[in-house]
Design a protein around this ligand. Structure first.
Ligand code: SF4
Ligand code: SF4
Length: 432
């Protein structure tokens, strides 16, 4: 067993209010420059919705000339040298600027310089790319305004149909996203220049700007579409997990400025020898478990002889991430079926559980009632399973049950009542 350290993040979706503070502070820190106006290393999506860039989850769009090798790594599909060269030079399998959005600013001059007329002057949008007036058709988190309602847009209409929305049944929640700093990063595997690399000491995935030749295979190869192309420098850029801050013990900018305080940072220890095997398990529904199997308890005796820096082992011990991900299994990976072993984890939203009991006369804080209500949640379990467990509802239901049990337990403690922890919660009482 070769034990390595990976910095990771857990986000509790119940706490996200969609304020976009994380996106804006990240942008001000990292992408407030020409050439990356359209780039959001951190974005917050409304679910259900198309995401940013739109329809990034439609993996068939990006597959084209690529396939997975036996170890689960991305490689060019079999074919002649000419075909590979064409794939490299043409690489048509990337989001267009319309899939992100054409960045704009407002023509404020028009407010003060418009000639006298019967109409009040407005500040019309002007493209930051062409400088010309532009019609805004799409942007990051456009779904927020559409609210998942049936739409004339055929793609949105399909999403609405999939989740069978009616006005009474409509639901939404926010999904903040950064680069997953995957254990098996397909962006690294797909770079012909070897410019993308995963840092040995903490697993952060970075682009070496000196080596990048602007092939943009990483943009195609990342299933989460979290590598971007800088149109001014001709190089790829991506989330750095704020490594200059992390290295001096500071949290990432998005974590520090998060209004909901929902981002937990920490260190996971994992068996690096079994990463390829975990990424290649045949049934995609087994990927979540395979991923969990990689993580090593920081108190495991093998850790002491693994040669890791003492501060990393200590960070793993103090970290909430191992507990949330593996011990309590309440944080789940985003789209494990992409097989990159993503390292940003999500506690699924539970909030509407109390709504599900409305009018039943039951106490919304009683764990047994909450368990019953989970089956009637407004956010369909199947929808969450499609995001977090390759469609397997069991781990999502189990996570929601544990969350409900913890909520009920702590509520009783705070009210001075005798707390009850149902055995189905799968939580040992002494650990609460
Ligand atoms: Fe690479 Fe994409 Fe994974 Fe980030 S999310 S490490 S860019 S494959
Ligand atoms: Fe959500 Fe926090 Fe970002 Fe606000 S700052 S959108 S609460 S993740």
């Amino acid at each position: 067993m070769r034990i390595m350290a990976q910095i990771a993040m857990v986000m509790n979706l119940d706490k996200c209010i969609g304020c976009h503070t994380c996106s804006v502070t990240c942008k001000q820190t990292w992408t407030n420059r020409p050439g990356v106006e359209y780039v959001w290393f951190n974005n917050v999506e409304t679910r259900p919705g198309q995401g940013y860039p739109r329809r990034y989850e439609d993996q068939e769009r990006w597959r084209g000339g690529w396939t997975l090798d036996r170890k689960g790594r991305l490689k060019p599909r079999a074919g002649g040298r000419l075909r590979k060269l064409l794939t490299i030079f043409a690489n048509p399998l990337m989001p267009s600027i319309q899939d992100y959005y054409e960045p704009w600013t407002y023509d404020y001059e028009n407010l003060t310089r418009a000639p006298l007329s019967d109409d009040v002057p407005v500040a019309p949008p002007r493209s930051l790319l062409s400088g010309e007036p532009t019609a805004i058709e799409w942007s990051a988190n456009w779904d927020d305004d559409l609210g998942g309602d049936p739409s004339p847009d055929p793609v949105l209409a399909e999403v609405s149909e999939q989740v069978k929305l009616s006005f009474e049944e409509a639901f939404m929640f926010y999904l903040p996203r950064i680069c997953e700093h995957c254990l098996n990063p397909s962006c690294v595997a797909s770079c012909p220049s070897g410019a993308l690399y995963k840092r040995e000491e903490d697993g952060i995935v970075l682009v070496d700007q000196d080596r990048c030749r602007g092939w943009r295979m990483c943009v195609t190869g990342c299933p989460y579409k979290k590598v971007y192309f800088n149109h001014k420098t001709g190089k790829a850029e991506k989330c750095t997990f704020c490594f200059p801050r992390v290295e001096v013990g500071l949290p990432t900018v998005c974590s520090e400025t998060c209004v909901g305080r929902l981002r937990y940072l920490g260190v996971l220890l994992y068996d690096a020898d079994r990463v390829a095997e975990a990424a290649a398990v045949p049934d995609e529904r087994d990927l979540y478990e395979a991923q969990l199997d990689l993580f090593v308890d920081p108190d495991d005796p093998a850790v002491a002889t693994a040669g890791l820096p003492a501060e990393w082992v200590e960070a793993a011990r103090r970290s909430p991430v191992y507990d949330l991900v593996k011990r309590y299994r309440i944080a789940l990976p985003l789209h494990p079926e992409y097989r990159t072993l993503p390292m940003v984890w999500y506690v699924p939203p539970l909030s509407p559980v109390v709504d599900a009991l409305a009018g039943t006369g039951h106490d919304g804080e009683d764990a047994v009632n909450l368990f019953a209500a989970i089956d009637a949640l407004r956010i369909p379990i199947g929808y969450l399973a499609g995001l977090f467990t390759a469609g397997d509802p069991a781990p999502v239901t189990a996570a929601l049950r544990r969350l409900a049990a913890m909520r009920s337990y702590m509520r009783a403690v705070n009210l001075g009542r005798t707390p009850v922890l149902p055995p189905e919660a799968g939580l040992p009482e002494e650990e609460l």
